[in-house]
Design a protein around this ligand. Structure first.
Ligand SMILES: [Zn+2]
Length: 238
């Protein structure tokens, strides 16, 4: 039997995970034997903030100095002890963009779910920030980013449930996906506010890159970068 972990609120103010689990409980209870829900950043969730001391999704190789570095160790241990086949790391974003996966690549641990999913965009994270993130440290984990408003809709939640059910039943079929290769951050110093306002995520910019997760988001407030940029996209058949 496939065991799936829904990891919610790695960023404490992002509710896709809990919304999906509540949707399953209410509308798709037949899925409950297959899924477990866990809150990533418990303290940040309580305070409804992104993180307390360090970004949890940049804390998986830390030395247990911060609350999040200690929490990351517990989460990895929990995943190993419970032998989950698949970990869905569920994020919401204020960026205007369609849902996407973020993954180190189409690796064996996540390929079946990606095939089963109706999400077509895969952001392949080649930048070094992946090293300290969950998906850089857990081969069966994949991140999903959904616009915060869209994440509240039953259309989106039903679609994710359909993806999970197809995965559970091994009904993955074939799929056409587009991979966006990320090697660079889009730094705030690179673009003026006027230029930033014209960027559309997943649409090639005049500068030749595809902006991804660019917007008035948490990256903007708490880091030096606006989002990511991909210079190469690739259509693949799985
Ligand atoms: Zn997030």
């Amino acid at each position: 039997m496939n065991k799936i972990l829904l990891l919610g609120a790695q960023h404490g103010n992002e509710l896709l995970g809990i919304q999906l689990y509540e949707h399953i409980t209410r509308k798709r209870p037949q899925m409950l034997p297959f899924v477990t829900y866990k809150t990533g950043n418990i303290q940040a969730r309580k305070q409804n903030v992104r993180y307390i001391e360090s970004d949890l999704n940049r804390s998986y190789t830390g030395k247990s100095r911060t609350y999040e570095e200690r929490r990351a160790k517990r989460i990895l241990k929990y995943i190993i002890q419970n032998k989950f086949d698949l970990v869905l790391d569920l994020h919401t974003t204020t960026c205007e963009q369609p849902p996407c996966f973020i993954a180190p690549g189409i690796t064996p641990g996540i390929e079946h779910f990606i095939r089963a999913s109706s999400i077509t965009r895969i952001v392949q994270m080649n930048h070094s920030i992946i090293a300290s993130s969950l998906i850089g440290n857990c081969v069966q984990a994949v991140s999903i980013e959904v616009n915060r408003q869209e994440a509240k809709t039953s259309v989106l939640l039903d679609s994710l449930c359909d993806d999970i059910e197809r995965y559970i039943h091994g009904d993955t079929g074939t799929a056409v996906k587009t991979i966006y290769h990320i090697n660079d951050l889009l730094k705030k110093t690179e673009v003026t506010d006027e230029e930033a306002a014209t960027l559309r995520n997943f649409h090639r910019s005049p500068q030749g890159y595809y902006p991804i997760l660019v917007g008035e988001n948490s990256y903007k407030k708490q880091t030096e970068y606006l989002g990511f940029k991909a210079y190469k996209s690739q259509t693949i058949h799985l």
